[in-house]
Design a protein. Structure first.
Length: 94
C-alpha cells in the first residue's frame, strides 16, 4: 500500500504532514501517532479482511470512519461497492 503514496519517503521517516496518494486523494490528521497507527493497521496490515473483487455488488458501511482510511481501503479493493462512511467527531473534518 505504501507504493500508492506520493510522499512515501516522508511517511516511512514519519516526517509527513498528510498522506498524499498518487490518485490525488489527500488525508490530513490532527494527531500523527494515531493516524500512523490506523494507516499501518488498515492499509499495511489489512486487518479488515474484505472479499476483494470488482464484479460483486456490495454495500460497505464504515461507522466511526475517523479520517477515512478504511473507506479508502474499501474503495481500492471493492471499487464498485456502495460505501457509506459515518464519523460523528467534527475534529476529524480538517
Amino acid at each position: 500500500m505504501l507504493k500508492l503514496l506520493n510522499n512515501y519517503d516522508q511517511c516511512i521517516n514519519s516526517t509527513h504532514e498528510t498522506y498524499r496518494f498518487r490518485n490525488g486523494y489527500e488525508f490530513s490528521f490532527v494527531e500523527k501517532s494515531s493516524a500512523e497507527h490506523i494507516f499501518n493497521e488498515i492499509l499495511i496490515g489489512e486487518c479488515y479482511p474484505l472479499h476483494k473483487g470488482k464484479d460483486e455488488k456490495k454495500v460497505i458501511i464504515d461507522i466511526g470512519a475517523n479520517i477515512g482510511f478504511f473507506t479508502y481501503y474499501a474503495l481500492i479493493n471493492c471499487p464498485n461497492a456502495r460505501i457509506i462512511s459515518v464519523e460523528a467527531d467534527p475534529s476529524n473534518f480538517i
